[in-house]
Design a binder for this molecule. Structure first.
Ligand code: NAP
Length: 239
């Protein structure tokens, strides 16, 4: 396993949840970390938690020029994690097409922009990790857009692993994880919703962001892993 010490690790969507936990874990291993997100306020809060080793840049992953500029400014990068995104409830696709397009812009095109503009500047033993979700393998009611986006990202990673080699490209596929995302999705029913899911999982609880961060660091550091989708889901795909 290679070390992250003094590596430059860029985390798109690093101001909250899985991205923020990964930023903390990378800093603990001695990396220099850049986090991104849209909200300057959320980025400032995250930066306070992370301390001096982290830089925060406000950029929308759906903005091609913003992503191009980010990697042009940063210079050689070692590892990138793309954690920006959120599920979209779209039962029978009865949701405004603008909402569908935005979701695909962030998750699929956002990941494409990262690969397009980061890869040429990345060090040879570096890696790109996309964050998808278990919806790719196990759709649920209302998930067609989320499932399509996650499955497309997994395919993108496998294909880019070939095109960009020796750079490694992988996908992290989380199951249910306790992050601020669920404040927005479930609102006041958050705890009830999470408890219901936890009961069904083989491990009896939903995941912690730190557990996903641990997996993200594994994908960055293990030089033999490429073109892989790593599921971290407490057994969700089996129940
Ligand atoms: N938590 C789960 O249970 C779960 C399960 C499966 C998959 N996932 C996926 O894992 C990823 C991370 O989820 P999370 O739970 O950590 O969510 P989170 O706590 O809501 O964090 C999402 C992060 O992405 C950023 N972001 C969102 N849209 C962005 C955009 N257009 N450009 C740049 N940054 C953007 C957010 O900041 P701003 O809003 O300020 O931009 C925030 O930093 C998401 O793609 C999510 O769908 C999560």
């Amino acid at each position: 396993m290679s070390s992250l010490k003094d590596c430059l690790v860029v985390i798109l969507g690093g101001s909250s949840g899985i991205g923020l936990a990964t930023a903390k874990a990378a800093l603990d291993e001695g990396a220099n970390v850049v986090i991104t997100g849209r909200s300057a306020e959320r980025l400032a809060r995250a930066k306070l938690t992370l301390g001096d080793g982290a830089r925060a840049v406000a950029v929308d992953s759906a903005n091609e020029e913003g992503i191009r500029q980010l990697f042009a400014d940063l210079g050689p990068v070692d590892h990138v994690l793309c954690a920006a995104g959120a599920p979209v409830a779209a039962k029978r696709l009865q949701v405004d097409t603008a909402v569908i397009r935005e979701a695909l812009d962030i998750r699929l095109l956002g990941d494409i922009y990262v690969a397009k503009y980061a890869a040429p500047t990345m060090r040879k033993n570096g890696s790109i990790t996309f964050v998808a979700g278990v919806a790719a393998a196990r759709p649920y009611e209302g998930s067609p857009v989320t499932t399509a986006a996650c499955a497309a990202v997994e395919g993108l990673a496998r294909s880019l692993a070939i095109d960009l080699a020796p750079l490694r490209v992988n996908t992290l596929r989380p199951g249910y994880v306790d992050t601020p995302l669920w404040d927005r999705v479930a609102g006041a029913q958050r705890e009830e919703y999470i408890a219901k899911i936890a009961k069904k999982l083989l491990v009896g609880r939903i995941g912690r962001p730190e557990e996903l961060a641990d997996a993200a660091l594994f994908l960055m550091k293990n030089g033999y892993v490429t073109g892989t989708t790593l599921t971290i889901d407490g057994g969700f795909l089996l129940v």
